[in-house]
Design a protein around this ligand. Structure first.
Ligand code: NAD
Length: 302
């Protein structure tokens, strides 16, 4: 029988540790860790994500500061806000909730975030350090996936790993992190030829294409581990209902794989948890607090 890699369960376990860590160290720091979330416009999914982040912060004792700007805000106004938060002593982490309206220069905004507060790990300094395998803030979804694999004793070193997707948010940083952990990584994308054949080579297959049910059993080697990053809300046969699914046609591949992540309850909860971890690490550095959480970060072997 295949093993379910339960991200929900693991994230609750980690949250308990984070809660304890904050309780113990708050006296020394004289304040709770602080996370600023900048949201622009009315994208409904972003509203849900920001809400979830706010709730997760309050569960572990992080103070969240939500800045919700209107669609008609100016690029300069957002830049000013980021600069102000860079200097705010109560803020350890900051993120720009994506997507933002097209008129904004997203990369320019991200480049304004102080790298030591860039809890999404998307600033070019942090990406550059990832490429160089130096320690830095690591993006949350990839770091969460590595945590999930590690906590189930799934070895990365020496494994053939295929990542579907090359986005800056998931595919690229994830491939680099796995490479830094001595995996043999193939990064694939929408122009990859014979995708299912390439994927069939994988000991660990990670789907982050954003295409519902793309991965069927023709993509999967017997005994592989499969990680589903995709998350889609589809109309079910009863038109008034919706259901969530991932990039993987799980019912078709489940009998073939040795382990899999469910959607929902796999990668998603780990992403939010790593955001909390990154915020607490920034707080820890700021106040030279104990480093008892170090096992939660992707290590950087040489
Ligand atoms: P994206 O659209 O920025 O990138 C998708 C990548 O997949 C691209 O590199 C593209 O080349 C590749 N791709 C697209 N179609 C393909 C195909 N048919 N075959 C092979 N490659 C293909 O998306 P993203 O931001 O990387 O997110 C990917 C998915 O992961 C989305 O469903 C998103 O909602 C989800 N996501 C989930 C979490 C989470 O926490 N669970 C976090 C981030 C993203």
């Amino acid at each position: 029988m295949s093993l379910k890699l339960d991200g929900k369960k693991l994230s609750l376990k980690i949250e308990q540790r984070l809660n304890d860590y904050i309780s113990i160290n708050k006296k020394t720091a004289k304040r709770a860790p602080g996370l600023a979330v900048i949201r622009i416009g009315e994208d409904p999914a972003s509203g849900v994500y920001v809400n979830n982040k706010e709730k997760a912060c309050s569960r572990v004792g992080i103070k969240s500061f939500i800045f919700h700007l209107k669609d008609d805000a100016e690029q300069k106004e957002v830049e000013q806000l980021i600069k102000k938060l860079n200097f705010d002593k109560n803020i350890d982490g900051m993120l720009l909730q994506l997507p933002i309206p097209k008129k904004f220069d997203e990369q320019r905004l991200i480049s304004y975030i102080n790298p030591s507060k860039d809890v999404d790990g998307l600033n070019e300094i942090n990406i550059g350090k990832l490429v160089k395998n130096e320690s830095a803030m690591r993006s949350c979804t990839p770091a969460g996936i590595i945590n999930l694999l590690r906590s189930h004793n799934i070895t990365i070193e020496g494994k053939k790993i295929v990542v579907i997707g090359r986005s800056l948010l998931v595919g690229k940083p994830l491939s680099l992190m796995l490479l830094n952990l001595n995996g043999t990584v193939t990064m694939t994308h929408s122009k990859t030829l014979n995708l299912n054949k390439v994927c069939r080579e994988a000991d660990i297959l990670i789907a982050a294409a954003g295409k519902p049910n793309l991965v069927d059993s023709s993509f999967v080697k017997e005994g592989a581990v499969i990680i589903d990053v995709g998350i889609h809300r589809l109309k079910s046969s009863d038109k008034n209902q919706t259901r969530l699914c991932g990039d993987v046609l799980l019912e078709e591949v489940i009998s073939k794989v040795s382990a899999y992540t469910p959607v929902p309850g796999g990668v998603g909860p780990m992403t939010v948890t790593m955001l909390l971890v990154n915020t607490i690490f920034s707080w820890q550095k700021q106040f030279s607090l104990s480093s008892t959480l170090n096992d939660l970060l992707p290590k950087t072997p040489r």
